[in-house]
Ligand binder design. Sequence first.
Ligand SMILES: Cc1cc2nc3c(=O)[nH]c(=O)nc-3n(C[C@H](O)[C@H](O)[C@H](O)COP(=O)(O)OP(=O)(O)OC[C@H]3O[C@@H](n4cnc5c(N)ncnc54)[C@H](O)[C@@H]3O)c2cc1C
Length: 383
Amino acid sequence: MDDLLTAAQTRHHRSVTALVGTAWNDQSPAWERAAELPEETIRWCAAQGLFGAMIPEAYGGLGWSSVELGLLYEALGRVSASLASLINVHGMVARTLVRWGSDAQRETLLPDLASGRRIAAVCLTERDAGSDLSGISTTLDEGPDGFRLNGTKLYTTFGRRADLYLVLARGDGGQVCCLLERKSPGLEVAPMTGLLGLRAAGLATEVMRDCPIEAAAVIGRPGFAHTVLVPHLLEHGRHAVAWMAAGMLHRAFSACSAFVLDREVFGRNAVDHGQVQSLVTAMGVDLAAARGLCLTAARALDTADPVATRKVLMAKYLACQVLERHSAQAVQAMGAQGCLEENGVAAVYRDAKILNIIEGTPQLLERLLAVPLAREAAAGGPA
Ligand SMILES: Cc1cc2nc3c(=O)[nH]c(=O)nc-3n(C[C@H](O)[C@H](O)[C@H](O)COP(=O)(O)OP(=O)(O)OC[C@H]3O[C@@H](n4cnc5c(N)ncnc54)[C@H](O)[C@@H]3O)c2cc1C
């Protein structure tokens, strides 16, 4: 990818890859088994400033560009999808506050989020509403003594660990996002276990019974959440997930390549067999294409390109699709060794399926992409 980056971006890429890899490479199987990230790892992220990578310097963050953030997510994805998800969900809340928070919310919350003193999580999904968030039933009702939040959220990544939740609810004027403190009366957080992947991502359900919410904890105007705030929040998440997927595919490709170059089967190295060559070639080419599209999306975000949203959707779609396909192929090419946790590919295989569901399934992304792409192509323009 270095040939696509400026000299400064190449240095940044090498530096974040070395930073994360040196600290945590080979740790993720233990995290997966323990079904949580060690507190030491979370503190390390805080000490490195990673919780503030997406927050402007004025609030104590690192103020990284979308390209710099993407390269960080790629580096994190190489090590652990759960670790990358921690920074991602926290970043989704932080970016929402940077863009749509009140001055008071920015001043009081962003420094704590940037330093990692407080960890944030995103509560959108419910039992009957995931891709189609218009169906949520959580309510934020205004009464004589202020707002009250009622409902149940599911699948909250790092919900078990979070100090602060961004909750999507139905309000009087339409959908609304608000901030809910972990210590709030009426909030019950329970672990969600038994998931296929992202096993160290501390998923939780949140049951909210008459949680008091101050007016100052409402983000933006009511009615504004569904059309503006949530799409903005998801865009940050989709961009991050696309880069994470590229990092995870890099990990699978590296492990699989080392194996097939070395393994002898039927008198030749595995890589000298035509079928293995097809598999390795497709993996390498698709990885390069996914990285290229991630970079195009990141640059579009950094330059406020009017088609940035579409570029992000395309990057998320491609990167997660090729990750899912090739992580399965990498396990196949490595045979039984691909099934061993310590070889790193088994977790990528499981996590790949999850990445192709969170922040928009391929079916949802196709619904968003098909018509604009077809219109542009029919008009003779580029895809
Ligand atoms: C490990 C993990 C972590 C997660 N973390 C979070 C989190 O931190 N916060 C949070 O709020 N949520 C989180 N989620 C939930 C996730 O965002 C949802 O699972 C996702 O949005 C899909 O929603 P759903 O599962 O309800 O599927 P549904 O929306 O019910 O979809 C079911 C099927 O219908 C298909 N479908 C949907 N719409 C269409 C359409 N228009 N056309 C054709 N097919 C369609 C889907 O592609 C899918 O195949 C997490 C989920 C997992 C598994």
